[in-house]
Design a binder for this molecule. Structure first.
Ligand SMILES: [Zn+2]
Length: 205
């Protein structure tokens, strides 16, 4: 009974969406991505399917042009205000500006498979109760002024999968220039000029 309910509520909308947006390219790569998503990364795919169902139930819409043959499902609306959110191979609120960032989260999940969500959850818990990131946090650029900011400017920017994605974003934008990722203190503080402040971002993905 429970299995039938899960199939009806999660798997059916997901299967429909995969076909509707033509998520997987008709190539060897598409077949490989599909295979990974439904074996090694199945837990992430199920989580993403649940996320998709919740979004559709909230009246959110698929964004076929954005994700056609990209190996993922895009939802036009944001699931969380001010943030693009990725779960498994489902992205809500993605834009051209954060596409590579969110795509990296899709790839991280495929790479780590069943370990991905536990490792992300563990890091959130660890950094929430034991804020070791406080030591290398950019307190000038991203001041922690209250409990909300503790999570949105602190924990969130330093958990491993976001730190990885933001570091890549900075490399995309600045190449090999010595610019730290958002939230990370510049290693050479004494030489910092006002111009260095330009890397601060309000991107939330
Ligand atoms: Zn992110």
């Amino acid at each position: 009974m429970l299995a039938a309910w899960a199939v009806a509520v999660v798997a059916v909308p997901y299967g429909w969406a995969v076909g509707r947006v033509r998520a997987y390219p008709p190539t060897g790569r598409g077949v490989a991505l599909f295979a990974v998503d439904h074996t090694w990364s199945l837990v992430n795919t199920i989580a993403g399917a649940g996320f998709l169902t919740v979004n559709l139930a909230r009246g959110h819409h698929l964004d076929p042009p954005r994700c056609c043959r990209r190996g993922r499902i895009d939802i036009h609306e944001q699931a969380m205000r001010g943030y693009a959110t990725t779960l498994g191979n489902v992205i809500a609120g993605g834009t051209a500006a954060n596409e590579r960032h969110e795509d990296l989260h899709v790839r991280q999940a495929r790479l780590l498979g069943p370990l991905y969500l536990p490792l992300v959850g563990l890091n959130y818990v660890l950094f929430s109760v034991l804020p070791v990131w406080w030591l290398y946090h950019d307190h000038d650029g991203y001041p922690i002024t209250g409990p909300g900011r503790y999570f949105t400017r602190g924990v969130y920017l330093h958990v491993w999968h976001e730190a990885w994605a933001y570091r890549r974003d900075v490399r995309d934008r600045y190449g090999d220039l010595p610019v730290p990722r958002p939230g990370r203190r510049h290693p050479r503080r004494t030489r910092r000029s006002r111009g260095d402040r330009g890397h601060c971002t309000t991107d939330k993905t």
